[in-house]
Design a binder for this molecule. Structure first.
Ligand code: ATP
Ligand code: MG
Length: 447
């Protein structure tokens, strides 16, 4: 590489820049408080796991394991490792390894980056972030309903409408086996309509053919035998139980018989939250039950269900639905002139932060502090409620000038306040005089 050549990020892996950070923060804070309000606890697992974990947990004939995993050999010891493409496998591994479900069921949530080697496009990246929940040890439809209603609450709290719920049941392994035989026979009878990918999946994972986005195959898959018709009594009772709770709580949904998860260990409930506002990548959250998985991993038979949402897609949706107001960088911007004033500004800055407010101290290096006028411009641009001004006169007189920068009662007013009273004065103005949320994070989003 020549010296002047610019280094850029890896294709499909994005920086989240300060302009977007407030929306991300808003999303994460809201999601965490919703999960907490349902009793879910945080779990953090490593970003790298043994390749075998994902191969087993996700299933060999899936897009992820067939072609999307970032796998590599650890050059230090030859271990086969993979950057996690999703969160469930690691959580389930941790639950078994630490025997987390020994004293009863667990409600867990996680967040973090996932890695898949996909073709980058809108809503589809090679590093992307997911927020997910896993409820381990609950077998009834009540927890399925809870997870769905938790999502609905999150959309409501974020002011997101235009997300609809699609629901299906894929029964158990026996029911799928019977359906599978009929499905393969049906596709074989229509082999000329199948595209290359469908032909490849015909015997390995025919259920996934139902997922196809190929327009030429839509009629075919719409007429295909529906798994719902193969469900036995227990699976049906579970599905009916779920729908009953959703109906009683006014959750709208459509049953989509083509909604599947093509993995052996998925069973019964599957659901997706979908929007039409994001083009082709419209699924913002996908979930499903995986009762057989933990036993497959050598744990005690323990049912499970979870969902994962794609944060980038939800941030896109938040943007599509309304411009967030420009967030303030701080509450107070400290303007100063001269060496002594700068020293005072440092002391005052620490005191204001002690009082719980956010402060930006104008930095004098390398260009010099700049004129009062240019500093006041910066103060205005920061979105701060107040500028505190310390010049040579203020130092001499033991005071500071406090100027209200925002509209409202005190807008534009400037007061001279003794140095030692400045913190109380500002706190009073912000907490008392203004409609200011003291436990704030500067994020105001108007859908
Ligand atoms: P798709 O059919 O779109 O590839 P998927 O079945 O691979 O989706 P899941 O594994 O269920 O998706 O992941 C859950 C959610 O994570 C998706 O609904 C989506 O919101 C998000 N997601 C999945 N892959 C990506 C990606 N490459 N980039 C951004 N978000 C993603
Ligand atoms: Mg995918």
């Amino acid at each position: 590489m020549s010296k002047a050549e610019k280094i850029v990020a890896i294709k499909g892996m994005n920086d989240i820049l300060p302009a977007d950070a407030p929306l991300w923060e808003l999303f994460e804070n809201t999601a965490e408080s919703v999960l907490k309000s349902y009793g879910y606890q945080k779990i953090v697992t490593p970003i790298v796991e043994e390749t075998g974990l994902f191969a087993r947990a996700i299933g060999a004939v899936t897009d992820i394991v067939e072609k999307e995993m970032y796998s590599f050999t650890d050059s230090m010891n030859g271990d086969q490792l993979t950057l996690r493409p999703e969160g469930t496998a690691g959580v389930v591994r941790a639950v078994i390894e630490h025997n987390l479900a020994y004293d009863g069921p667990k409600r867990l949530w996680y967040k973090g980056p996932m890695f898949r080697h996909e073709r980058p496009q809108r809503g589809r990246y090679r590093q992307f972030f997911q927020f997910g929940a896993e409820a381990i040890g609950f077998s009834g439809p009540d927890i399925d309903a809870e997870l769905i209603m938790l999502c609905r609450r999150l959309w409501d709290d974020l002011g997101l409408d235009n997300i609809r719920l699609e629901l299906n049941s894929i029964g158990n392994a026996d029911e799928r086996q019977r359906h599978r035989a009929d499905l393969i026979a049906y596709f074989e009878a229509n082999i000329d309509v199948l595209d290359a990918e469908a032909k490849r999946r015909l015997h390995a994972n025919p259920l996934r053919i139902l997922d196809t986005k190929n327009p030429a195959m839509q009629d075919l898959v719409n007429q295909a035998p529906q798994l719902l018709a193969y469900l036995g009594e227990e699976s049906l009772a579970h599905f009916e139980g779920l729908k009953k709770i959703l109906d009683a709580n006014n959750v709208q949904y459509t049953v989509n018989p083509r909604l599947v998860r093509g993995l052996d260990y998925y069973n019964r409930t599957v659901f997706e939250w979908v929007t039409d506002l994001l083009g082709a990548q419209g699924t913002v959250c996908a979930g499903g039950r995986y009762d057989p998985l933990i036993e497959t991993f050598g744990g005690k038979p323990t049912p499970g269900i979870g969902f994962a949402m794609g944060i980038e897609r939800l941030i896109e949706l938040m943007k599509a639905q309304g411009e967030p107001s420009q967030p303030a960088q701080c509450d107070v911007y400290l303007v100063h002139q001269g060496m002594d004033a700068q020293m005072k500004a440092f002391i005052l800055g620490e005191r204001i932060r002690d009082a719980g407010l956010d402060v930006v101290l104008h930095c004098a290096t390398p260009a010099g502090a700049g004129s009062f006028k240019s500093q006041m411009k910066k103060a205005d641009g920061s979105g701060a409620a107040f500028a505190v001004i310390i010049g040579e006169d203020e130092v001499k007189n033991g005071v500071v000038a406090v100027k209200a920068l925002r509209e409202g009662e005190a807008g534009g007013q400037q007061s001279s306040v003794p140095f030692d009273d400045a913190v109380d004065f500002i706190v009073d103005q912000i907490v008392g005089g203004h409609d200011h949320d003291h436990d704030h994070d500067h994020v105001h989003y108007h859908p």
